[in-house]
Ligand binder design. Structure first.
Ligand code: G1P
Length: 300
C-alpha cells in the first residue's frame, strides 16, 4: 500500500454529440436513451456510487440539460404519485436524485476525451479519481471499478480497464500492450495506442471506458497535443505516464472478463437492452418466451 489519497471522485464525460443515434439524439442526449426503463447514464452513476464514489462531475455540453433534470427532484410528479399512493413509482422517480453529489461543468470546445478530462482538474484537485464513459455498462453484479481503485491505491499509478476483443475490433478502441506482474492479478501496461489498425495493434487488449487516474495526468494532458482524429486523446497522456518516472508514473491494467454491455452503436445498444430486459424479474420471463418464438420464425 502506498500513501495514496483515497479515491472519492468520479468524472463522467457526457459532452459527445451521439451522431450514431441520429435522429433520436437530435434533441435529446444519447446518455438519456432508455436501457429498459432507466436512462443509460443512470447505470453509470449507480456503478460509481456502488464503488464508493459519491462525488461526481459530469463534463457536459449544449443539449445536455435533461441529464441535470434527471438527477434532480421533480415536485410535480412526486406530489401526483404521492396523492395516488403509488409508492413504487415514487421510489423510482426519487432514486436518481439520491445517488450522491453530482456537479456539472461544460466542456466548451469539443477537443476530445483528453480535453474533457482536463476540464475536471480544478474539481478533482490533487487526488486520484475515476473516469467512467457512458457507452460502457458494466453488469451490476461485477466489481471492476472497485478492483481498479484497489490497484490504484496499491501501485500509486493510473489504472485502465481492459477486455480481450477479436483482433478485427481493435481499431474501435485504445489498445494496450502489457506484461504480467509476479504474484498479482493486475498487469503492467507498457504501451498504449489509440485506435490502431489491425496491423499496427500491439495486442488484442482493448481499453474500455473505465479509468482510475493519478492526478499527474492533468499536467501531462496540458502538454498533450492533438492525436488520432485531431483530438486530445486520454490514451496519449496515459502513454506518457507509462513511460515516465517518479510520483504518479506507471499505468496498470485490470483485464475484465465479466459482463459488459456496449450502448455505443445501434446494434450493440439493442443487444444490451434485450440482454438486460431478458434477465429482469418483472418482464424477463415473458420476453424470453416471446424471443424464442420470434427467433424460431426468423429466416436465416
Ligand atoms: C474512447 C477512448 C478509447 C477507448 C474507448 C472505450 O474512445 O479514446 O481509447 O477504448 O473510449 O469506450 P471513443 O469510444 O470515445 O471514441
Amino acid at each position: 500500500m502506498t500513501n495514496e489519497k483515497r479515491v472519492t471522485k468520479a468524472v463522467i464525460p457526457v459532452a459527445g454529440l451521439g451522431t450514431r443515434f441520429l435522429p433520436a439524439t437530435k434533441a435529446m442526449p444519447k446518455e438519456m436513451l432508455p436501457v429498459v426503463d432507466k436512462p443509460a447514464i443512470q447505470y453509470v452513476v449507480e456503478e460509481a456510487v456502488k464503488s464508493g464514489l459519491h462525488n461526481m462531475l459530469m463534463i457536459t455540453g449544449r443539449n445536455k440539460r435533461s441529464l441535470e433534470d434527471h438527477f434532480d427532484r421533480v415536485p410535480f410528479i412526486e406530489q401526483t404519485l404521492e396523492k395516488k399512493g403509488d409508492t413504487e413509482k415514487l421510489a423510482a422517480v426519487r432514486q436518481p436524485t439520491e445517488l450522491g453529489d453530482i456537479h456539472y461543468l461544460r466542456q466548451g470546445d469539443p477537443k476530445g476525451l483528453g480535453h474533457a478530462v482536463l476540464r475536471a482538474k480544478q474539481h478533482v484537485d490533487n487526488e486520484p479519481f475515476a473516469v467512467l464513459l457512458g457507452d460502457d455498462l458494466i453488469d451490476e453484479n461485477e466489481d471492476l471499478l472497485t478492483q481498479m481503485i484497489d490497484v490504484q491505491q496499491r501501485t500509486g499509478g493510473s489504472v485502465v480497464g481492459l477486455i480481450e476483443v477479436d483482433p478485427s475490433q481493435i481499431s474501435s478502441y485504445g489498445c494496450a500492450d502489457i506484461e504480467t506482474v509476479d504474484g498479482e492479478s493486475y498487469v503492467k501496461v507498457k504501451q498504449m495506442v489509440e485506435k490502431p489498425s489491425v496491423e499496427e495493434a500491439p495486442s488484442n487488449l482493448a481499453m474500455i471506458g473505465r479509468y482510475v487516474l493519478h492526478p499527474r495526468v492533468f499536467d501531462v494532458l496540458e502538454k498533450t497535443g492533438p492525436g488520432r482524429g485531431g483530438e486530445i486523446q486520454l490514451t496519449d497522456a496515459l502513454q506518457t505516464l507509462a513511460a515516465a518516472d517518479g510520483e504518479g508514473a506507471g499505468v496498470y491494467g485490470v483485464v475484465f472478463r465479466g459482463r459488459r454491455y456496449d450502448t455505443g452503436d445501434k446494434l450493440s445498444y439493442l443487444q444490451a437492452v434485450m440482454t438486460i430486459a431478458s434477465e429482469r424479474k418483472d418482464i424477463g420471463p415473458e420476453l424470453r418466451t416471446w424471443l424464442k418464438e420470434f427467433t424460431a420464425g426468423l429466416d436465416d
